[in-house]
Write a protein that binds this ligand. Structure first.
Ligand code: SF4
Ligand code: SF4
Length: 265
């Protein structure tokens, strides 16, 4: 009798998901991929994802998704180990790509916040600044959003599994408004809107409900923030408002940080 060799079982790529200073919303976007999760689990071995399971498989990992910013000395050391254990590392969300809303501390004295927020500040061990992952280790791709868009996330995971470039649209939220036929809130209503300088991905959610975009997807490439600020100023926005508009979820992103600095009193 001839015995045929058994086909070698295909090795699934090892996926790891890591959390640093964050609200977990971006990790939840992965769990929220309800229709695609089984297909994804067939393609990858979810080797480390404490938000989903206590079971952990040792590295190295083919792809690591990193959520959150660096705000403690311990995390600054931990991310180095994560990078070492990861063939590819993708940061997900405003916290990981720009320092997040917690980067507002970068424009104030951290000791002031500690005394206001915590009953016993002496128990808190934290860095003065919240910084993105790319300030500490090399990053292979940054996926923006607060939270990220799950369709973009699935595309990025698929891209890295197949060795192609992620197919994440580089245009602004403005283009998404045009694509869905939403009238411009700035032109039609005079509402300040960061859509012209904000990275696409949300499908222009806020203008669709008559609100200005507040930039939760962060700056698009080559964002012309100066022209937009001048346009908003000519529409009546005061310096303090312009400062506040650019200094929110992505206050630490270079383009928004520089523009906000221009409007400091
Ligand atoms: S980017 Fe936004 S949704 Fe994602 S972890 Fe940070 S605060 Fe949460
Ligand atoms: S319109 Fe702007 S603020 Fe609203 S979800 Fe989209 S990127 Fe975020």
């Amino acid at each position: 009798m001839v015995t045929r060799p058994r086909p070698h079982p295909r090795r699934r790529a090892k996926l790891a998901v890591w959390k640093f200073a964050s609200c977990d919303g971006c990790q939840l976007s992965l769990l929220d991929c309800e229709d695609e999760l089984l297909a994804l689990a067939a393609e990858v071995e979810i080797a480390h994802f404490p938000e989903a399971s206590r079971a952990t498989v040792r590295g190295p990992y083919d792809l690591s998704l990193v959520e959150g910013s660096i705000t403690t000395a311990g995390d600054a050391a931990r991310i180095v180990g994560v990078r070492r254990a990861s063939r590819k590392l993708v940061t997900i969300g405003a916290c990981a790509t720009a320092g997040g809303i917690q980067a507002l501390r970068n424009f104030a004295d951290i000791t002031d916040y500690l005394s206001v927020v915590y009953a016993t500040p002496a128990y808190i061990s934290t860095l003065e600044r919240s910084t993105p992952i790319s300030a500490h280790v090399p990053v292979d791709f940054e996926l923006r959003g607060c939270p990220i868009d799950r369709a973009q996330l699935l595309d990025v995971i698929t891209a890295f599994l197949h060795g192609r470039r992620p197919n994440v649209a580089p245009h602004s939220v403005c283009v998404e408004c045009k694509l869905r036929g939403t009238p411009c809130v700035m032109v039609a209503q005079g509402t300040p809107c960061l859509g012209p300088v904000t990275h696409a991905g949300c499908g222009a959610l806020c203008p669709a409900v008559d609100r200005g975009c507040y930039g939760c997807f962060g700056p698009q490439e080559a964002a012309n923030t100066g022209s937009l600020a001048a346009r908003m100023a000519s529409g009546g926005a005061l310096e303090g408002e312009l400062l506040r508009i650019f200094r929110t979820f992505n206050a630490g992103a270079d383009e928004f940080r520089r523009e906000a600095d221009n409007h400091e009193p």
